[in-house]
Ligand binder design. Sequence first.
Ligand code: RFL
Length: 387
Amino acid sequence: ENAEVVIIGGGVCGLALALFLKRSGIKTVVLERRGRTYVEQRQRAGVVDARAVKMFERWGVAEELLTGPVAQTIEYRLNGEAKIFVAPATDGIESRFCTQQMLVNNLLKELIDEAGGDVRFEVSDVAIQNEADLPPIIAYQDAHGTHEIHCRYIAGCDADRGISRASIPSGMIKTYQYDYGYAWLAALVEAPVRGNPIMAISDDGFVGQLPRGPLRSRYYLQCALSDDRSHWPDERIWDEIRLRLNEPAIENVLVHHVEFVPFRSVVHAPMQYRRLFLAGDAAHLVPPVSAKGMNLGLYDIDVLGTALSAAILKGDATALHNYSDTVLPHIWNYQDFAVWMADTMHDAGNPSLHGDFKQMTARARLNNLFRSETAALLHGEYQRGTN
Ligand code: RFL
């Protein structure tokens, strides 16, 4: 069997790339380890930034894919005192609340149900042959046996624990990693955000509340790396939410799901090896405080999709050769934004982390967003992904 491109991983990045290539008329196969229902139900990110909105508009699929409301404001709250940050939309394009789950469901609909795209679910043992000067061969198993696809290019969209990056011989890529030393407890609850999404700093630690569709929200609570569910019964989760938000009247509601996210930032570079190109979480991770993980992946896909179509349709592989060098400056810029967000949100809170000197400089940095138009403009650019 032959294809132009094999995409490994049918998450948000793999599916977006497949839709882009499908609409360009390029024969593409997606290999996904999980079943469709599982992929449809996975809940994660919540904001598609303005840069990604623009990209979907350029591809002519924004209306079909982005079904959530505009996301322009954040309430930064310091020990109960609220300040609303409005990201200035200088070009008239706004970020959108659109859960990753909603986006993935819409991508599956557009790609498979509307366009007849080739996504193979529940495959296992995907193996990559990517030898110098030979077309790659991808082998995989499914319920019917072992299969092989001969292709021209491979897109590794199978996230941090996938096989794409693991298939690259050691020493060919460098890993840059930073561990922040704390974690977030992420609790999906049956209560919507009433006003603006909240990022709250308090002497007792960070808490955030971000929308996840019209009925639910996700609370994030700063916690220790060693914490697990046994340290955080539902009662403690709600007590800490009330305390850190300084809102004693919040009532306990159903907690659907709790997970612990250790804070780390990772970049693997270069993001390509021979005919394999890494995109999304397979190439880089940012902590959720920046709300950029999915958006950086979509940035990769924009550049990679355009480069693949130039190589396949026009025979010009220049952009493909330059893929990693093109995307990495953007990735590093947003790694720096993630560090800024993480340090500001956590250092400004409980001084047990980095001391009371860092607490005061972090508070000054946050305050700057409300007293300096220049600082606000830059912060807005980062929030919108247009920096
Ligand atoms: P995905 O979405 O994990 O998809 C990878 C796919 O690859 C499949 N796979 C394989 N398939 C075949 N063979 C193998 N060997 C395979 N190994 C894996 C998997 O089943 C899966 O379907 O990665 P992708 O596409 O790179 O997308 C990255 C984003 O999912 C990720 O960056 C975001 O979810 C990060 N993130 C957030 N990003 C934002 O932009 N804004 C946010 O507010 C935000 N909040 C979050 C987040 C991530 C979180 N977690 C899970 C740590 C909040 C949380 C709690």
